[in-house]
Design a protein around this ligand. Sequence first.
Ligand code: AMP
Length: 214
Amino acid sequence: MKIIMLGAPGAGKGTQAKLIAEKYGIPHISTGDIFRANIKAGTDLGKEAKEYMDKGQLVPDELTVRILLDRVLADDCADGYVLDGFPRTIPQAEVLDTEVAKLGDKIDLAIDVNVPDENIIRRMSGRRACPKCGATYHVEHIPPKKEGICDACGAELVLRDDDKPETVKKRLEVYHKQTQPLIDYYSRLNILRTVDGTKDMKDVFADIEKLLGE
Ligand code: AMP
């Protein structure tokens, strides 16, 4: 099963992608996570990607497509995967379709986790991340036991640069301009399904399970 998660940054598609991966036993592939791991490791790819990420812009297609294809062509992806944060542009979607077709295969479903912009801005400004171990929290929904401190490793939590309100607004603008056209793209291919992402996380997942077949 090859699944694509669509939705604005902060719509909860990452959380849903993880739940899908766990239940159906397929890898969860997040290009954002791959970039962040590279930034942490100080690689050239990480340095280049950070320039764009901190400004709320997309990392250029050429770079993004290369790392994504490396990952989906790995052995553990033979039975499928759930992509989170890729594709984000029409050219990325086209390359993915072409590469998957070369393997005699196709993307099964694109799931759009739909959430209005106002909700997104509220959600993202409450996110906190641990710069040391990568754990994530939310001041309202998943607060750490001690305010501002990571439960897992005791480091001081931060608001990620790309979660700052001005960056979030920029990311939403970029989303509407560059990524939303993918809704039409997958709709034309007849594989688009939309779920209401404003619901509780568990209810959103229940809706996704119905789409995928229990
Ligand atoms: P995410 O964790 O998916 O929200 O991604 C964080 C940031 O990584 C984005 O704001 C982009 O700068 C970059 N990024 C992640 N995936 C892609 C992609 N498919 N194309 C371009 N940039 C990406």
